[in-house]
Design a protein around this ligand. Structure first.
Ligand code: NDP
Length: 489
């Protein structure tokens, strides 16, 4: 692939140039695939102004008109799916089959989902006092500032764009500086739909420069962020100074609890999927595997054996199961947790080094450790890679205590065929999502959001409706009875 220029911004349908601030690499071979130009505060301001202008027109478009555009956008994504998936893989190392079959497909689905959702809107009317009719309207809010991470740029960025514009807003999206190729092309593709100019805009650049300028811009009315917890806290503080509502989809350290009553083979398959898909770089990864002691030896042995056989390969290979990590610093960070775990008394059961299969590229072997306690860093910090920390427990009470002993609370996985135990577990676990006997089932109608330091607010049908609209209460007097009259002397 030739080295492309990633524009500093796409404002309306115009590419805007800026200073080149860094190269963007293909994690599979370490080649520079693009040069990233940066939007400074002035360019961000132009993008937001374009969004304000686009909003003035878009907010007046009927539900039917918006549905038509959203469906057109979904079709455009489908038509360009090969190219989008290809760019996503070049920039992130996500296996092409997953980029195509999950990420790009999901992006198109998001637009269709919100097209359907807005057609089902319900309202509220109150008539407690027969002299008055009170109705509650939901209005769009204006310009949404959308900030997306590098681990699933098109899927997560596409979700934010679809949700914000479905409810009549315009948006400015900022992808991650290291993974903006796919989202930049996605925005160009979406611009081909019949929207007013300025409904969708993009700014590229570093978080502290471009992202910060977007968050604090006075004409950005909502901030939707997906990324790390530390960044989320900084963004929420900056937005809070301007009283801007935010949603924060942040990190996780999710417990994957395997009870002795689980269907052994299904739980094993689920545990492998939970930590090794998307090259292990997912917020919802089941990264702490808690196994009941009676089945622990058998489970751990089988888990390690299967992980040893994972097909580490180039992300474009048809049979790849684990591709390269997203960047060299990230690879080094993931590996550093294995070394640290050893010093904290963990047994490294598999991996811990760079993969010897390739000379170039950010490949590592999958890592599995037996943790001596839930307190070590590999059980408390989000590693965001193919790194499973295993702990054992005796009783369900112990499992819940271990699962909840973390600052995070994004998802939990529970594997059991005992219905009462599953019901008890879902009640006791402190996370925004609990998956029972399944890995990663995303139901878009339901909220997806984290408890504790995993987030504030959620994404999903109604959750997005609440975030991207504001309620207005309108009371109309319908009685001819005279008002109390003041000032008559
Ligand atoms: P980061 O927090 O590093 O960055 C996320 C985004 O924020 C990037 O676009 C980044 O830009 C931008 N950013 C950084 N600093 C600022 C700032 N001061 N103001 C505005 N924007 C800023 O996360 P990663 O990209 O490393 O993504 C991985 C993280 O995302 C993990 O912690 C993961 O758990 C989380 N995540 C959460 C999900 C969820 O739904 N809960 C889903 C997927 C991921 P730049 O990259 O250019 O610095």
């Amino acid at each position: 692939m030739s080295v492309q220029a990633i524009p500093a911004a796409i404002i309306g349908d115009t590419r805007v140039a800026g200073d080149v601030v860094q190269s963007v690499y293909d994690p599979a071979n370490e080649d520079a695939v693009a040069q990233l130009q940066e939007a400074d505060a002035a360019v961000v301001d132009q993008a937001v102004r374009a969004a304000v202008a686009g909003y003035a027109e878009w907010r007046t478009v009927s539900v039917e008109g918006r549905q038509k555009v959203l469906r057109q956008m979904a079709d455009l994504i489908d038509t360009n799916a090969d190219e989008l998936a290809d760019l996503e893989t070049s920039n992130t190392g996500i296996p092409l089959a997953q980029a195509h079959g999950r990420h790009v497909k999901r992006a198109a689905h998001n637009f269709r989902f919100f097209a359907d959702y807005i057609g089902q809107a319900e309202g509220q009317i109150y008539e407690q006092d027969p002299a008055f009719l009170t109705l509650v309207r939901r209005e769009s809010v204006g310009v949404a500032g959308l900030i997306a991470p590098w681990n699933a740029p098109i899927a997560l960025g596409g979700m934010k764009i679809a949700a914000s514009i479905a409810f009549g807003n315009s948006c400015v999206i900022k992808p991650s500086e290291q993974a903006s190729l796919g989202v930049t092309r996605l925005v160009e593709v979406l611009q081909q739909a019949d929207t007013p100019r300025g409904v969708i805009n993009l700014v590229n650049g570093r978080g502290a420069i471009t992202g910060q300028a977007l968050v604090v811009h006075p004409q950005v009315d909502r901030v939707s962020f997906t990324g790390g917890t530390t960044t989320g806290k900084a963004i929420m503080s900056a937005a809070g100074a301007h009283l801007k509502p935010c949603t924060m989809e942040l990190g996780g350290k999710s417990a994957n609890i395997i009870f002795e009553s689980a269907d052994f083979e299904t739980a094993l398959d689920g545990a492998l999927l939970g930590i090794f898909t998307n090259n292990g770089q997912q917020c919802l990864a089941g990264s702490r595997i808690l196994v009941q002691r009676s089945i622990a030896d058998r489970f751990i042995e089988a888990f390690v054996e299967r992980a040893r056989k994972l097909r580490i390969d180039h992300p474009r290979s048809a049979t790849v199961e684990l591709g390269p990590l997203a960047s060299a610093p990230h690879r080094d960070r993931v590996l550093s947790f294995a070394a640290q775990a050893r010093t904290e008394g963990a047994r490294v059961l598999l991996g811990g080094e760079r993969s010897t299969k390739f000379d170039r590229g950010y490949y590592i072997d999958p890592i599995i450790i037996a943790a001596p306690s839930n307190d070590i860093s590999a059980c408390q910090d989000e590693i965001f890679g193919p790194f499973a920390s295993i702990l054992t427990f005796e009783t369900p009470e112990e499992a819940y205590a271990l699962a909840n002993a973390t600052k995070f609370g994004l998802v939990s996985y529970v594997w059991t065929q005992d219905l009462m135990l599953a019901m008890e577990a879902q009640e006791r676990l402190e996370s925004g999502v609990v998956w029972v006997n399944t890995p990663m089932m995303r139901e878009l109608r339901a909220p997806f959001g984290g408890f504790k330091e995993s987030g504030v607010g959620a994404e999903g049908g109604r959750a997005c409706e609440q975030f991207y609209t504001r309620e207005k209460t309108v009371t109309i007097r319908k009685s001819r009875a005279p008002l109390q009259r003041l000032g008559l002397g």
